[in-house]
Design a protein around this ligand. Structure first.
Ligand SMILES: Nc1ncnc2c1ncn2[C@@H]1O[C@H](COP(=O)(O)OP(=O)(O)OP(=O)(O)O)[C@@H](O)[C@H]1O
Length: 618
């Protein structure tokens, strides 16, 4: 162990931190789960700024998720001066492109979301492209410049029908994520060419899940004098539907590669790590110096048995004073998580579902509050939001929506202008309330903003839509409004979140998606395995665990889940065909059928010690 900035780092980590940043070279940090990718990247960034005197504005750090970005930023606190931290460019690929596109073109980027697809189904009014999946596919095809001949064949459409749908999409000024990345790439390319953007170092985290659109951003950002650093673990690549060939394409970047590995894992005990590697079926160079209990596998006949076991074990852990926030339940799908959530609620065990977006958005309908805000702020640029929210009004159906859209196109006015002139009583109610609210709303006062939104949701149909969802979700609505309000307040209470050029509310609209701090709450964490990537928890339950997997991607996903816990791992399978008691290899690595010997674990301080294993900088 060596030390950098009072942090004890391994020899491997130290070598990576000090490795030179020659422009023509790239550094690939090959690291297994829990080996300290984040810590090492953070220390390397600090080293470059503090010791090599690299100007922080010349460092670009790109990551796939908001969570990873927040993590990097938090961990940099105290390592570099605050003013230098401000100049550092640490962003998700999407936010980086979003900022460039809005700054460059001055227009708002309206990304097409799930609810928007439903409105397009109605506006398209086409018998063959008649559900949101088909609409999404249609848009993807035309955005990817697929030959119209092929689109016609795919959906059995005429050219007129295709043109009409493309026109609607363009009139609504909608973008897809892929659009945003492509527009971003073009801007970066020209700025780099004109030497207005000049990154000396580009750092990319979690490169194993990178797909072509993201790869193109990196390629565009790299000038002749840029050094590239990328870190990742191909065994944790879990997005099969994306372009998994990308990591190998990195070699097309024309840089000479140095590969440095990190093999000591600081997260999981050696028992957990060995069992994870065994089920992945690969020889992997990671080890741990912490020892504890073997993971436990139980096979159940039904979901109910499985869930009862989890509740019983959680209660047992509580009796050893394990705080709920040390426990996570990971599942393959959101559907399974909802079932577990219901059960935990029944037993009055507090839980929180982790997601990459803010909590209140776990109810899709809350996206309409964002639409209302966009309209209140600038109705002339909110055509699509107006159509989305009009649909919530009682008695407004697809026919009215199409009529509003078509007539405003014919008269060459925006939809707000059309509404202001409309004699239709339903549309008048909508217009009058919105107009009145626009005049009276105080955007400087979050309480007033919330009150106005509540009134609008009540009178313009959103609350009625809430009424149609099931009772479990309904009981969470007040809580979600409160969470929405606290997200809103974040911007009023943290001026640093508000950029110089935009107001509080504009900053909120631009950044609300990145508000997800739930990991730090004091409740049991529920998460899909996908969402748990990059996170760690002292104790993990994995549900519906499948021992018989062939698919490589699925095995990787299982590996990601199994390597999240620090000390205790419970695997629950249902009706699996492997005879657990007879499989000697499994028996060597797992406790089969039963529960872990907690009293032994606590006696040996295996579990307790974990409470002190907090993140190094926390
Ligand atoms: N040198 C070290 N000494 C002590 N703890 C360390 C050291 N390096 C990393 N850690 C700790 O190990 C844990 C795992 O680190 P980190 O989350 O960065 O791993 P990772 O490589 O990103 O893992 P994954 O690929 O699974 O997301 C963290 O709690 C971190 O603080």
């Amino acid at each position: 162990m060596t030390s950098y900035k009072d942090v004890l780092v391994t020899k491997e980590q130290h070598e990576i931190i000090l490795k030179d940043i020659t422009p023509s070279n790239a550094l690939y940090i090959k690291s297994g789960p829990g080996t300290g990718k984040t810590l090492t990247l953070v220390l390397k960034i600090a080293y470059m700024i503090n010791e090599l005197e690299v100007d922080p504005s010349e460092i670009l750090v790109l990551s796939m998720t908001n969570k990873a970005v927040d993590n990097l930023k938090d961990n940099l606190d105290g390592l570099i001066a605050d003013d230098k931290k401000e100049q550092l460019n640490i962003n998700t690929f999407h936010a980086f492109c979003h900022d460039l596109v809005t700054a460059f073109y001055g227009d708002e980027v309206d990304i097409l979301q799930d609810e928007g697809l439903r409105i397009l189904v109605q506006l398209f009014d086409n018998k063959k492209v008649n559900d949101k999946y088909k609409v999404a596919k249609f848009i993807r095809m035309f955005k990817d410049n697929v030959d119209h001949e092929l689109i016609r064949a795919e959906f059995d459409l005429t050219q007129e029908e295709i043109n009409s749908m493309i026109n609607i999409f363009s009139d609504m000024k909608l973008s897809t994520y892929s659009d945003l990345l492509k527009r971003g790439k073009t801007i970066i390319q020209s700025l780099v060419k004109e030497e207005k953007l000049n990154f000396r170092v580009v750092v990319v985290d979690e490169f194993q899940d990178m797909y072509n659109d993201l790869f193109q951003i990196i390629k565009a950002a790299l000038g002749p004098n840029s050094h590239l650093i990328f870190a990742g673990d191909t065994n944790q690549s879990i997005y099969k539907f994306l372009d998994t060939k990308v990591p190998s394409k990195i070699e097309d970047l024309g840089k000479t590669f140095d590969v440095l590995e990190m093999s000591e894992s600081f997260r999981s005990t050696d028992e957990i790590l060995s069992a994870s590697k065994y089920l992945l079926g690969k020889e992997i160079n990671v080890f741990s110096n912490h020892y504890g209990l073997k993971p436990t596998i139980n096979n159940f006949n039904s979901d109910l048995d499985q869930y009862e076991f989890i509740i019983k074990e959680i209660k047992k852990l509580q009796s050893y004073n394990v705080p709920l926030h040390d426990i996570a339940v990971l599942s393959r799908t959101n559907y399974e998580l909802t079932k577990i959530a219901r059960l935990l609620k029944m037993y009055r065990l507090d839980f929180i579902k982790l997601s990459s977006s803010p909590n209140w958005l776990q109810n899709d309908n809350f996206i309409y509050l964002i639409d209302y805000l966009k309209i209140l702020l600038n109705p002339y640029q909110a055509n699509f939001s107006i159509l989305c929210t009009l649909k919530l009004m009682p008695m407004v159906g697809p026919k009215t929506l199409r009529q509003v859209y078509e007539e405003s196109v014919q008269r060459n006015i925006d939809i707000w202008g059309y509404l202001s002139r409309s004699k239709d009583p339903k549309l008048k109610i909508y217009y009058n309330l919105m107009q009145q609210t626009r005049k009276s709303i105080d955007f400087e006062d979050p309480k007033d903003v919330l009150q106005k939104l509540l009134k609008i949701s009540n009178e313009l149909g959103l609350v009625k839509k809430f009424g149609r969802i099931d009772s479990f979700q309904k009981s969470n609505i007040t809580e979600q409004y409160i969470e929405f309000y606290s997200s809103l307040k974040t911007f009023y209470e943290n001026p640093s979140r508000v950029s110089e050029t935009s107001s509080m509310i504009e900053s909120f609209l631009k950044n609300f998606m990145s508000l997800s701090q739930q990991e730090y709450s004091s409740k049991i964490k529920l998460s899909t395995i996908h969402q748990s990537k990059g996170l760690e928890f002292p104790i993990v339950f994995m549900t519906d665990f499948n021992l018989e997997l062939d698919d490589e991607q699925e095995k990787n996903l299982r590996y990601v889940g199994m390597t999240r816990p620090k000390t205790l791992l419970y695997l629950n399978s249902i009706g699996n065909n492997v005879d657990l008691d007879k499989d000697e290899e499994l028996k060597k690595r797992f406790t089969i059928a039963g529960s872990p010997n907690l009293s032994k674990a606590f006696q040996n301080r295996v579990v307790r010690s974990l409470h002190t294993w907090r993140k190094i900088f926390h």
